[in-house]
Structures are given as C-alpha cells and as structure tokens.
Design a protein around this ligand. Structure first.
Ligand code: AMP
Length: 423
C-alpha cells in the first residue's frame, strides 16, 4: 500500500514555502508594531472546550471536528479554530485578570473535516488576534485595522472590508424571538438543512448560501434596523474610527456570527478574486460573553481569524529566489595533503562568512572544477572563491565577480575584509 498525505492536507516546499515565510513574518512584524504578543496553545484540546467555545449548533462542532479518544479514553479534538484555546489559556492562567488589557496573536494549523476544494482544506492555517479588556469601539476598530494593514502590506488583491453589527444582547433578544417566529411561520421556505438551526442559530439564515435562503433573507426584518441607542452608538464609533484611519468599509447585514456570545461588531475581509461562494479571507467580531462562558470573569474581547492559504492565493508577487553571496569552489588535487588544506580553508571560511550574515554555498559532492562553476552559475552566485592547490601554496585565493566576470587575487588573510566590503 502506498502511503500518502491525508486528503485535504498539503505539503509545502519552496518556492511556495518562501511565500509562507514572508506572510508569517509580515504578520509578526505588524503585531509587534501594534503591541500584540504571541500566544502558542496546544493543537489538541478537550472536545468539551470546542463544544462550549465554538458552540453546539455550528457546522464545525456538529460535522467537521477531528475527534478521537486517546489511550485514557478521554475525548480530544484537533483545534478547528484558534479562539477557544486562547480563551481557555487566559482563564486557566488568569492572564486576563492580571492584565487590564491583553493583546495576543497566534499563527498555526487548524483542522476541519470539510470537503476539500480550492481554498478549502482539512488542515489550514490561521493568523488571528484577540484583544481582551476594552469595551470601547476603538478596540473593535484597532482589531479591524490591524488585519486590514496586514492584508494590505502582504499584497492581497481585491480586498474589501464588510461589516455589520449584532447589537447588544438585550437589543438582540426580542429581535431573535421575532426572527425565530417568522422562520417557523414560513417553515416551507426555510431550506431543509437549516430547519434544526431555527432555534439554536436563527441569524445564520443570513449567510446561508442557497438561493432559497437568500430570497427569504431579503424579505426578513434586519437587526440593524432596530438598534437600541447603545448598539447604534457603538457601531457609529467603529465606523468613525475606521474612517479616521482611512480604512474603507461596506455595511453588509449578511455578515453574521450566530452565537450568543457575539455582540456588536461583526466583520469579514473578502476578496473579489476568490469567487462568489468562498470569498472570505478572514472574519472576526466582538465576543464579550465568551470568557465568562469558559468559566472566567466577564471580560470583553474582540478578535479575528485570517486564513493564510486564502491570503497566499491572492498574492500577486511570486517569491524571489535568494542568490548565494558566495560559492566556495574547491578543485580536486592529486596531493591529498593539499586537498585537505584547501578543504579546511574553504569550509572554515564558509562558516565564518555565513556567521557574518551572508549566504554561502560550498561544493558538497566533490564535483570537477567545471561542474562546480556550472553549479555556481545555476545558483546565480554573486561571487565565487577558488581555493585550490596553487592558492593554498601561494597563500592567495581567486575571487571571481560573477556579475562582471572580473577576478582578483587576494591574500587569504584579507579575504574576510574584502568580502565584507563587497557584499
Ligand atoms: P472562520 O473561523 O470559519 O471564520 O474562518 C476564518 C478564515 O479561515 C476564513 O475566512 C478562511 O480564510 C479560513 N478558513 C476557514 N476554513 C478553512 C478551510 N477549510 N480551508 C482553508 N481556509 C479556511
């Protein structure tokens, strides 16, 4: 039997892995500049965590989790998203109690047993941030702006920010009762697979992908049309701060998060380049009720999760191939002692130049001189240094500039200085 990778889980290698590195370091850089610290939580958690934190009545928990029993008979799951684990860690270690404001980010693999297709995998990666503490609309705007800045800096094409408000809990409650009643009264128009959701998650009718749901949703009353003063003010605040920061947005009442602990702002970063059904690059919102639900003290929170596979699909740039600064060529010698000496010199020098921060290649499989030069050309090395019999005997090495084909003979003792000057 041939052993293969699991369906929907990808191997990544250069040149693509180079783009991954660029995207991840950009995420780290943006977070550093906005004061977000990295948090790393386990990939495996108790299944109960996700039932509570992601929520019963979600596709993720009902159909998509990788759940298994470990050898003790405990039910564990691979994390399908990042927030639940981060909140668990905050509550477990009291982080949100010690800090009136806590700003965290994570980058890591997530697992969902979905139908694999372009842009949808069973193992995928998310960059996410969570901001704990502030209730102000400034916090929502900061989180949205950070994600926007990251996506812009990385070079995502066709980017658009879509936003809505889920209002405060007290404002939403009567609306949800009304919505549930209307859906029940029109049950024949509600898609079959959505019917069990009417009680648990009625808002999600607005982001159901079927045509019949869309037609029905267009006729339903909107939460945004019945906001109380607090909810309206909060939403206005977010819009104003985003405008102040020069971030364009579109109000889209179909952006919903169907869980009780979500309040106020909900948003999505989408790209026109991704196609109609899977155009989301990332999404987030305010989830003031979650920390308490996980057993912590009530702590306001807002965050997002961005899918890195989708980000990579949207990059216009191809990764640049990194060229070596130096290729150390060691010609073969019939004299074993000389050969050893040139090898010793060549390898020592390579290590030294590398430790000064330069990229150096050395011949690793004893090719002929011609073969080594060919490889240096193929790698597009900036310089080649030849360390052979004549060179070892004369104490001088030949440094060849591959860009203009000039070469100079330099004393071995000065080679480091000369290279540092040229590189
Ligand atoms: P969600 O946690 O479902 O709001 O997802 C946040 C982001 O993660 C989405 O906008 C996607 O970019 C990405 N994402 C979610 N599920 C997948 C998947 N199965 N494969 C690839 N990316 C995904």
């Amino acid at each position: 039997m041939k052993i293969q990778a699991i369906k929907g889980m990808n191997d990544i290698v250069a040149p693509e892995s180079r783009l991954w590195q660029m995207v991840e370091s950009k995420a780290r850089e943006v977070c550093r500049n906005w004061g977000y610290e990295e948090v790393r939580t386990p990939i495996v958690e108790s299944t109960a965590l996700f039932h509570r934190g992601v929520g019963e009545g979600t596709d993720i928990v009902e159909k998509e989790m990788y759940t298994f029993e470990d050898r003790n008979g405990d039910s564990l799951s691979l994390r399908p998203e990042g927030t639940a684990g981060v909140v668990r860690a905050c509550v477990e270690h009291g982080w949100t109690i010690q800090n009136s404001i806590l700003k965290l980010f994570y980058i890591g693999a997530m697992y969902r047993h979905e139908k694999p297709q372009k842009g949808r995998y069973r193992q995928f990666h998310q960059f996410g941030i969570e901001l704990f503490g502030p209730t102000s609309s400034r916090a929502d705007a900061e989180v949205i702006a950070l994600g926007w800045e990251f996506l812009k800096q990385v070079g995502v094409k066709g980017l658009e920010l879509r936003m809505s408000t889920l209002a405060s809990e007290s404002c939403r409650k009567p609306y949800l009762q009304k919505l549930t009643k209307i859906l029940k009264d029109n049950i024949e128009r509600v898609p079959q697979d959505f019917r069990p959701r009417i009680e648990t998650n009625p808002l999600r009718i607005f982001d159901h992908k079927s045509e019949e749901a869309k037609a029905l949703a267009a006729e339903l009353p909107r939460l945004m049309d019945s906001l109380d003063e607090e909810s309206a003010q909060h939403f206005e605040g977010v819009k104003r701060h985003l405008t102040d920061m020069g971030i364009p947005f579109v109000i889209d009442p179909n952006v919903v998060r169907g869980l009780d602990y979500y309040v106020h702002t909900a948003f999505e970063y989408v790209s026109s380049e991704l196609g109609r059904t899977q155009n989301a690059v990332g999404g987030g919102g305010r989830y003031d009720g979650l920390v308490e639900l996980m057993g912590g003290r009530p702590t306001p929170a807002v965050g997002f999760g961005i899918g890195l596979e989708r980000v990579l699909m949207l990059l216009s740039e191809k990764s640049e191939v990194v060229r070596p600064d130096l290729f150390v060529a060691i010609p073969e010698s019939e004299n074993a002692e000389v050969q050893q000496k040139s090898e010793e010199f060549g390898f020592k020098l390579a290590v030294k130049v590398r430790s000064e921060g330069h990229y150096v290649e050395v011949d690793l499989d004893g090719r002929s001189m011609k073969g080594q030069m060919k490889r240096a050309v193929k790698l597009n090395s900036r310089f080649v240094l030849i360390v052979g019999e004549n060179e070892v005997q004369s104490g001088k090495v030949v440094l060849k500039d591959m860009d203009n084909q000039s070469q100079v003979e330099v004393p071995m003792s000065q080679i480091l200085d000369i290279l540092s000057e040229k590189l």
